[in-house]
Design a protein around this ligand. Structure first.
Ligand code: NAP
Ligand code: FE
Length: 366
């Protein structure tokens, strides 16, 4: 079974290619983005004149922080209601794209802050266009939105078909301004998604050729993107890989490889992709007995061995140690065990196994 209701434009002039579809989205847009990336990436320079040409009015809500929180989503919903916007444009990395999905659904279904994860209450939607400026989350082609509750220091996602964007505009030129650190972290996030398309108990073998191609593109292009950030063909390859990762998890969902990293973002501010990266090797080792054949096949298709993959992985600065205490590890275990993505992991960890995985990134006591 395949299901992606999003119309995807992947090209150097994707916005122009999509113009007739953009014209049909509505008449008055709320543009949702972070503080700087929508401008720095060059999206605004191209989008605003196009909206004017199409006689679509707009307002900009440029206040989405990294790891968007529930309160910001509710502020966006209030803005939507006050000004009668009839469609939403999300621009940025996964944070603004996820926020735009949640704001769209909160508006259409009049959700309150404590109802934002309640997909049972989500029955309606508004048109949504997603314009990614990172090559990591694939959020432009997924039904997920990941939100943070800062008071409980909890990060969790929800998924509903209503959250799939109608249009995804993937133009690799918008990623040329990424810093090396965000380039690395977001590419590692995309790699996690591709691997999770194989790990998940909801894996879909029909997607394996696409997953292998996405992994190959990341393995072949990540170093160049770090050394030559403005090399457009490299960025185009990484953006395509990120989209493939999004399509993979849209079907398989993520696994413990993701839920294990969330507390490191909420408690220590470790960026999402890096939080996946610090566990990537341990997770592959942990899952290996359950997915040996699948991994062997995908590595053969990529053209490397598992050992070569580990060598490649360890050539990047992702081997971070974190000052997490034993007490905090114990406190986080039930939360990680209960996460909806932990449940579909190929090997379900016992609390002791999870403790060992968490301790593998613990900073040595001085
Ligand atoms: P992000 O949090 O959206 O952005 C990270 C940083 O990069 C921000 O400082 C941002 O600036 C900056 N940035 C973005 N694009 C830029 C550009 N073109 N040039 C210069 N700077 C740019 O990063 P992300 O890794 O893409 O998203 C992470 C979030 O997505 C997490 O919350 C994660 O849980 C979620 N996620 C969602 C899915 C899904 O399926 N929905 C999947 C995986 C992860 P601004 O602050 O100015 O924007
Ligand atoms: Fe992710």
């Amino acid at each position: 079974m395949f299901y992606i209701p999003t119309r995807i434009f992947l090209a150097g002039n994707a916005l122009q290619q999509a113009r007739e579809h953009i014209a049909r989205l509505g008449t008055n847009a709320l543009i949702i983005c972070g503080r700087h990336s929508a401008t720095r990436s060059g999206v605004m320079n191209e989008l605003l004149p196009l909206l004017e040409e199409l006689q679509q009015s707009y307002e900009v809500f440029a206040e989405i922080p990294e790891n968007p929180d529930l309160e910001t989503v509710i502020r966006g919903k209030q803005l939507m209601l006050e000004s009668g916007f009839d469609f939403v444009i999300g621009i940025g990395g996964g944070s603004p794209l996820d926020a735009s999905k949640a704001i769209m659904l909160a508006t259409a279904n009049d959700l309150k802050e404590d109802q934002l994860y309640d997909t049972g209450l989500m029955r309606k939607r508004l048109p949504l266009m997603a314009i990614p400026t990172t090559h990591g989350t694939g959020s432009e082609v997924t039904p997920y939105s990941v939100l943070t509750d800062p008071t409980r220091k909890q990060k969790a996602g929800f998924g509903t078909d209503l959250a799939f964007p109608d249009l995804a505009i993937l133009d690799p030129r918008y990623t040329l301004s990424l810093t090396p650190r965000v380039t690395l972290n977001t590419s590692i996030d995309a790699l996690s998604h591709l691997l999770e398309g194989i790990y998940s108990t909801r894996r879909n073998p029909h997607l394996y050729p696409m997953i292998a191609e996405g992994m190959r593109l990341i393995v072949k292009n990540l170093k160049t993107a770090l050394n030559e950030p403005e090399h457009l063909p490299t960025r185009a390859n990484l953006m395509k890989a990120s989209m493939f990762g999004g399509i993979a998890i849209a079907h398989s969902s993520t696994t413990l490889q993701h839920s294990i990293g969330y507390p490191f973002t909420t408690e220590f501010g470790i960026p999402h992709g890096l939080a996946n990266g610090i566990f990537m090797r341990q997770m592959m080792d942990f899952y290996y007995p359950a997915v040996e054949e699948e991994l062997a096949n995908v590595f053969a298709a990529v053209g490397i061995t598992r050992d070569q993959f580990y060598d490649w992985l360890s050539s990047f600065p992702i081997d971070v140690r974190v000052p997490i205490s034993d007490a905090m590890i114990d406190e986080k275990i039930p939360e990680i065990m209960a996460a909806r993505n932990t449940v579909i992991s190929p090997v379900k960890p016992t609390p002791d196994e999870l403790r060992a995985l968490l301790k593998s990134v613990q900073q040595e006591k001085i």
